[in-house]
Write a protein that binds this ligand. Structure first.
Ligand code: MCA
Ligand code: AMP
Length: 506
């Protein structure tokens, strides 16, 4: 994949490629080529080699992006981590993936990584200087010449089957596992979007998504670089920031999660979105009424698509032709999707062509589908039926062949496009002595899609909410923390004793 980018940069050395709002100016192809070679050299000097894991937990900034691209050019495997992770969450990732080198923003994170992963040879700030107890600082533009560039012959040698990314995604057990995506997976995913959405070098994306998830990193950043296009990176999302970036830099693409579209609508900004060539929504369902309101307010027909960390983006409404609200459209180029009956115990038993159910569990196959989870052979085996990946989503074909996502087989909560697994939140709350039993579930929210709520059977009297808040604040990133606690005498359970989350009422 980086060989494709480097060829783009060398073919159009003066073309603007990336800029980060709040920093100086555009980075042209030749500058990125040079800066990522230097970053690769600095990372190599710090002890990172091809195939080594590179833990990457940094605010969106040009130094951070260059570090990530440099690691990929070196053939290392980038492991993005959510910046909001608490010590418990970051230590799990670091301990599991055993990085050789890590980039973090803060000295406390550096300590957590070093303690959890004896493998680590260096913990660096985004500017690739060591974090030595002080908060990592950024390198000013004038001083972007710290390291010796890596020799060209050592770069961009990874093959299609070599791992490029390990992205942690929670399992139903509540313990996140790493999805290993190869260079071939990422390139296929980016090329499918270029074909499906007519993404060309003339396009410019407003990228206000986090870069530690597949949506922002693979679709947004890698999609841009692979298409030879350009992007304005925003360190954080706001409706005004998106519109200002689009106007100031003549951007014509925007990718967001439904919560972002909800906020753009509430800010009265949907009309300005219509000036863009394409606005895409994904990561969580875009409610049909929100789609309709965006069109009514601004004339923008948001294109909804579907994806997963393990498969990248696989299904999309058409660029030309009807974009149908409440559906995610058709499989992207190269992707196959099919439905299997629900009553097969999760096995996804193949059915004869044409004998597919109208609704069922969604399975996908294709070149962007990952090979498996990091060091979890049993989880990998359970995830596949031959080459078909079991998405865990329930879906249906409408009469015109548009796919609609109808729900999930498991209890995943989707809040603002982030995944929250009830089991992880339940485990944390159970550590409080005042909690005898707990069940966590999502509650509908117009802004967030769903928010997290906890139903608690107290051990004796209900524990103080402040104490529960303090417990979850210590152990869970903010988006996983319950927004409501409800104290109940008993949890609804079925005959097997399993909690029936769908019977938990506000
Ligand atoms: C922030 N908070 C949240 C969320 N985000 N709480 C619940 N759910 C969330 N998603 C917390 C904040 O930490 C803060 O907590 C409080 O809510 C209010 O924060 P606010 O400033 O209003 O929110 P924000 O920081 O503006 O964030 C909203 C956001 C963000 C911009 C919509 O959630 C976001 O960037 N979401 C995108 C997620 C994403 O990229 N998903 C892709 C994964 P406190 O008050 O305690 O500080 S899925 C994927 O990759 C697949 C392949 C796919 O299909 O795309
Ligand atoms: P993640 O594991 O973070 O990659 O999240 C993947 C999950 O997000 C999928 O399994 C779906 O449940 C959900 N998802 C992504 N896009 C959509 C969409 N357009 N509509 C409904 N659900 C979606």
């Amino acid at each position: 994949m980086p060989a494709v980018w480097a060829a783009r940069w060398q073919a159009a050395p003066s073309a603007p490629v990336l800029r980060c709002e709040g920093e100086d100016g555009w980075w042209a192809g030749s500058q990125l080529d040079e800066a990522t070679r230097r970053a690769a050299g600095a990372l190599h000097a710090a002890g990172l080699g091809p195939g080594d894991r590179f833990l990457w937990s940094a605010e969106p900034s040009m130094p951070a992006v260059i570090a990530c691209l440099g690691a990929l050019r070196l053939g290392a495997v980038v492991v993005p981590a959510n910046l909001a992770y608490t010590e418990r969450e970051l230590r799990h990732v670091a301990g599991d993936v055993r990085p050789a080198v890590a980039v973090v923003e803060r000295s406390d994170q550096a300590g957590w990584v070093a303690a959890a992963a004896p493998s680590v040879r260096a913990v660096l700030g985004p500017d690739l200087t060591p974090v030595d107890g002080a908060v990592a600082s950024r390198v000013p533009a004038a001083e972007r010449t710290v390291a010796t560039p890596a020799p060209v012959e050592e770069l961009d040698r990874a093959g299609a089957d070599d791992p490029a990314l390990i992205v942690y995604t929670s399992g139903t057990t509540g313990s996140p596992k790493g999805a290993v995506l190869s260079h071939g997976n990422l390139l296929a995913g980016a090329r499918a979007l270029a074909l499906g959405w007519r993404w060309t070098p003339a396009d410019r994306l407003v990228l206000a998504l986090p870069l530690f998830h597949v949506h922002g990193l693979c679709a947004g950043l890698f999609g841009t670089l692979t298409a030879g296009a350009s992007a304005v990176v925003l360190p954080r999302f706001s409706p005004d920031g998106v519109l200002a970036a689009a106007a100031d830099h003549r951007a014509n693409l925007f990718f967001g999660v439904p919560t972002m579209y909800h906020r753009l609508l509430s800010a009265g900004s949907a009309g300005e979105l219509a000036r863009l060539r394409l606005c895409v929504s994904g990561s969580a369902p875009l409610p049909a009424p929100l789609w309709g309101a965006l069109r009514a307010q601004g004339g923008v027909e948001v294109l909804e698509r579907y994806g997963m960390t393990e498969t990248l983006l696989t299904v999309s409404n058409p660029y030309r032709g009807e974009r149908r609200p409440g559906t995610v459209g058709f499989p992207l180029p190269g992707v196959m999707a099919r439905l299997a009956p629900l009553d097969d115990g999760g096995g996804g038993t193949p059915v004869e062509a044409g004998a597919e159910p109208a609704e069922g569990q969604l399975l996908v196959a294709g070149p962007s589908v990952f090979g498996g989870y990091w060091e979890r052979p049993a989880a990998t085996e359970a995830a596949f039926e031959g080459r078909w990946f079991r998405s865990g989503d329930l879906a249906g074909w409408d009469p015109d062949g548009y796919l609609a996502i109808l729900g999930r087989r498991n209890d995943l909560i989707l809040s603002g496009g982030f995944n929250v697994y009830p089991a992880e939140v339940e485990d944390v709350l159970l550590a409080h002595p005042g909690v005898a039993e707990v069940a966590v579930a999502g509650e509908p929210s117009e802004e967030w899609g769903e928010t997290v709520a906890a139903w608690i059977v107290p051990a004796t009297s209900p524990p103080p909410v402040d104490a529960l808040d303090a417990l979850v604040a210590e152990r869970l990133a903010p988006y996983k923390r319950p927004r409501a606690y409800r104290f109940v005498a008993a949890l609804p359970r079925n005959a097997m004793g399993k909690v029936q989350r769908d019977r938990l009422a506000p």
